[in-house]
Design a protein around this ligand. Structure first.
Ligand SMILES: [Zn+2]
Length: 100
């Protein structure tokens, strides 16, 4: 791919351009994909009938954190997704435990 800032050819997964130092937002979005998916799915689980998705949302968010740690990229979304889906999951467990 080509740098959006200086137009030189750079690697698809380079987080910053080695020539001008400009951020490569496409690569950063790809790195945060799991965090983004986990965060999006965890937000959806707030809707009562969608709460079954809290477990996959938690899995995606944790994957996002692990990947962000390995790649040194931002993990804000992944952490937010983990927190939200964990709260929904625990809330559901408590709710079912109370009912039965
Ligand atoms: Zn550049």
């Amino acid at each position: 791919m080509f740098c959006l800032h200086c137009g030189k050819e750079i690697g698809d997964n380079a987080p910053v351009c080695p020539y001008c130092g400009g951020r490569n937002s496409a690569a950063n979005t790809k790195r945060e994909l799991f965090g983004l998916l986990g965060f999006g799915l965890s937000l959806a689980t707030i809707i009562p009938f969608a709460s079954a998705f809290s477990l996959p949302a938690l899995g995606l968010s944790i994957t996002g954190i692990v990947r962000a740690k390995k790649q040194g990229s931002s993990m804000r979304l992944a952490i937010a997704g983990t927190v939200i889906s964990a709260i929904v999951l625990i809330g559901n467990i408590l709710m079912y435990a109370g009912v039965f």
